[in-house]
Design a protein around this ligand. Structure first.
Ligand code: FES
Ligand code: FES
Length: 156
């Protein structure tokens, strides 16, 4: 099946098995290894991407669901000021340890801040509830998002 979509701001057209998991497509065919595989079952958020501006678990999506869509992975998001602020803030609050979960948390944070640029602690906790981290205990991640919202005032 031929899929046409936009991946990280670039128009793409490719043939693929329509049932191929999007996580595999992005990692294997596009080399976008910022998309991590944790559980493979929609439980950990390591594979988070934005599809049409909404947070999605790429391990639960099939290639055909990308048809006509716009996909953003960490690699595309890295070029933005919003990424720099999130990265800096996460580093400052100690929100990154082994780093495996970080791309997913960054994408989930971006999805939240686009909708709600000044979230409360509770709203952050809720928005990130689909993302798991084995290292940080979450408090530092929540602080990282609060700090990013403060530093990036007016950007989101
Ligand atoms: Fe997709 Fe865990 S790998 S949610
Ligand atoms: Fe290690 Fe989150 S920093 S899993």
């Amino acid at each position: 099946m031929t899929i046409k979509c936009i991946i990280n701001h670039k128009p793409c057209e490719f043939d693929t098995d329509p049932t191929k998991r999007v996580i595999d497509l992005l990692r294997e065919d596009f080399g976008l290894t910022g998309v991590k595989e944790g559980c493979g079952e929609g439980e950990c958020g390591a594979c988070s991407i934005l599809l049409n501006g909404k947070l999605a678990n790429s391990c639960l999506l099939a290639a055909l669901q990308l048809q006509g869509g716009e996909i953003l992975t960490l690699e595309g998001f890295r070029e933005t000021d919003q990424f720099k602020i999130l990265e800096e803030s996460f580093a400052e609050t100690g929100a990154v340890q082994c780093g495996f979960c970080t791309p997913g948390f960054i994408m989930a944070s971006e999805a939240l801040l686009m909708e709600n640029p000044s979230p409360t602690k509770e709203e952050i906790r809720d928005a990130l509830s689909g993302n798991l981290c084995r290292c940080t205990g979450y408090e530092s991640i929540i602080k990282g998002v609060l700090l990013a919202a403060e530093k990036g005032e007016g950007l989101w």
